[in-house]
Design a protein around this ligand. Structure first.
Ligand code: NAD
Ligand code: IPM
Ligand code: MN
Length: 369
């Protein structure tokens, strides 16, 4: 088979710590599963600013475009927060998403049985939860023009961002949501604020049209995004696939993270259009950020990153069996009572990032034996 080209961008804060554990699993696959990757690493975010003067060098951008999949840790941190907007670490990530046209961001929220108690919600509300948030990732208010901060004649200033969506931007991400729903619970909830925003009206109309044209086998409902935020904590199991815009998707997916117990549990896949072989440009990253409050202390939960790698195996490399193996190893280690601090519960054993990674490797060893 053709070489599997991976670009790893660890980034900042806990990024390198959690990606270190992913690298261990990649090494393990090489040795024990005879699945070999061509791995390159590069700089993104604050790390790239410090070493190369910008949050994403052109050479790294090019490597990302040429890779089969990019694995990213996290970017950002207080050290770079005062930089002008265009130079901030976060711009590196936004550039990757935009230039690779990764418009569909899949953020599954799955509650492992062993972690039912780690959620701040009642066990019966979250037990067995399995939802998929599809967040539009290259449009909307994150990229709309005009934008900026202006001086006004009277000495005040004005900050401007623009929410804008085109028909095609809406249809292509909605198609991804419908196709995913077909393989799951066959239900899509589309979220916007069509009651106050024209872009929301268009969103609702286009999603409905696409449904009626091509996806009548999937049940579609529409929900205002504020209500969706409420329903997610009231009764999250009513949802199967949620499709929504860039900003609402950012917020709803952080909210969904807490249903699973911790932001440290949530993986994501960002996908572009399929090429003629059906392969999509792809970037895989945990939903969480660089967690400056716990960085450098071996405290971070590496599971979101490990599950993101499992998504890469599933969506980019057609290695569903290996993806299952990693997901099962995680599940068994959690069932065995090991917890990083963020998912700690009474009676469990608290472990570090590295120890959690090693336990998952040992579990993989046993399962593959
Ligand atoms: P954050 O996700 O970094 O952290 C929020 C809270 O969750 C913190 O208390 C943190 O300790 C905890 N947390 C996050 N990941 C964890 C893990 N794996 N294990 C245990 N605990 C974890 O969000 P923030 O504090 O709002 O942002 C910090 C920086 O990260 C900012 O610069 C922000 O822009 C950036 N950020 C980057 C990404 C990304 O790279 N994709 C995503 C979100 C935020
Ligand atoms: C995320 C993050 C990013 C976003 C930031 C770091 C640009 O919060 O991936 O969820 O807002 O999309
Ligand atoms: Mn976010």
């Amino acid at each position: 088979a053709a070489n599997k080209k991976l670009l790893i961008l660890p980034g900042d804060g806990i990024g390198p710590e959690v990606m270190g554990q992913v690298q261990q699993v990649i090494n393990w696959m090489d040795k024990r599963r005879a699945v070999t990757f061509d791995v390159e690493t590069g700089l993104v975010g604050g790390a790239a600013i410090d070493a190369e003067g910008s949050p994403l060098a052109d050479a790294t951008m090019e490597k990302a475009s040429n890779a089969d999949a990019v694995l990213l840790g996290a970017v950002g941190g207080p050290k770079w927060d005062e930089l002008p907007f265009e130079q901030k670490p976060e711009r590196g990530l936004l550039r990757l998403r935009k230039e690779m046209e990764l418009y569909a961001n899949l953020r599954p929220a799955l509650v492992f049985d062993a972690l039912v108690e780690a959620s701040t919600l009642k066990p019966e509300v979250v037990k067995g939860l399995d939802i998929m948030i599809v967040r539009e990732l290259t449009g909307g208010i994150y990229f709309g023009e005009p934008r900026g901060i202006e001086d006004l004649p009277d000495g005040q200033r004005r900050g401007i961002n623009t929410q804008v969506y085109t028909t095609n931007e809406i249809r292509r991400v909605a198609a991804v949501a419908f196709e995913l729903a077909r393989k799951r619970g066959k239900r899509v909830t589309s979220c916007e604020k069509a009651n106050v925003m024209e872009s929301g009206v268009l969103w609702r109309q286009e999603v409905q049209k696409l449904h009626d044209e091509s996806f009548q086998d999937v049940a579609l409902s529409h929900m205002y995004a504020d209500n969706a935020a409420m329903q997610l904590v009231r009764n999250p199991k009513q949802f199967d696939v949620i499709v929504t815009d860039n900003l609402f998707g950012d917020i709803l997916s952080d909210e969904a993270a807490m249903l699973t117990g911790s932001l440290g549990m949530l993986p994501s896949a960002s996908l572009g259009d399929p090429d003629k072989h059906g392969r999509r440009q792809a970037l895989y990253e945990p939903v969480h950020g660089s967690a400056p409050d716990i960085a450098g202390q071996d405290l971070a939960n590496p599971i979101a990153s490990l599950l993101s790698f499992a998504m890469a195996l599933r969506y980019t490399f057609d290695l569903a069996e290996d993806a299952d193996l990693i997901e099962q190893a995680v599940q068994r280690v959690l069932a065995g009572g090991l917890r990083t601090a963020d998912i700690m519960s009474p009676g469990a054993a608290k472990v570090s990032t590295v120890t959690m990674g090693q336990a998952i490797l040992r579990q993989l060893d046993q399962m593959a034996a």
